[in-house]
Unconditional design. Structure first.
Length: 204
């Protein structure tokens, strides 16, 4: 199985949905960051694009892909909304944040043929994918997440594509894929929006 097969596989959608639910549960257990009150779910629908991928008929009891597991404080006088980390939603972008990062992994150093194949799967233009790359260059260089990866893997200024290759020397392709998905939520939580950088949704 190659990387394009992984991102275009229906199991990717189920896996991402399970991660999001677990991330929301973990956030819920920590209580309100403002007042310490208990949190409850205040879910709402978001526009979540998954390109040419088809959601499996059996979602294993999970809610729709477009359901965001938002939380709200139960304490009167606070009632603040808390957004848990997500691998399905990248800030204001309707595209899955995990898909965004995987798109960047695939296209950094990838052939033109691979880029076009990815564009077909995600149903986006090459211009949009290239713009995601520019956004990634802006975000990852400033992130605590990337500095931590550099410390763990002794990257010394290497690119994300080189990290991807390094991961595959230590893990198989599927394990590398899961590692990136599990870590991407931390990155997008750090940059909840494209701070100082236009959202890729504008080019979609």
């Amino acid at each position: 199985m190659n990387t394009l097969s992984l991102v275009s596989n229906a199991s990717f959608l189920i896996y991402a949905m399970k991660i999001d639910l677990q991330l929301a549960e973990n956030t819920k257990q920590k209580n309100c960051p403002s007042c310490g009150g208990k949190l409850h779910y205040a879910r709402y629908q978001r526009k979540g694009r998954i390109g040419d991928l088809e959601m499996p008929a059996d979602r294993e009891g999970l809610l729709d892909w477009d359901t965001f597991h938002s939380l709200c404080c139960t304490r009167e006088g606070c009632r603040k909304r808390v957004r848990p980390p997500s691998v399905r939603f990248a800030g204001q972008s309707p595209y899955s944040s995990a898909t965004l990062l995987l798109a960047q992994l695939l296209t950094l150093g990838a052939s033109q043929k691979s880029v076009l194949a990815l564009c077909k799967i995600l149903q986006v233009s090459e211009r949009t994918v290239r713009r995601w790359l520019r956004g990634w260059e802006y975000i990852h260089a400033k992130s605590i997440w990337w500095r931590r990866q550099g410390s763990i893997f002794n990257l010394n200024g290497k690119s994300l594509h080189e990290l991807w290759i390094l991961l595959q020397t230590q893990k198989n392709l599927e394990e590398s894929f899961k590692y990136i998905i599990l870590n991407v939520a931390e990155l997008w939580q750090e940059f909840k929006f494209y701070v100082g950088y236009p959202s890729p949704a504008k080019d979609a």
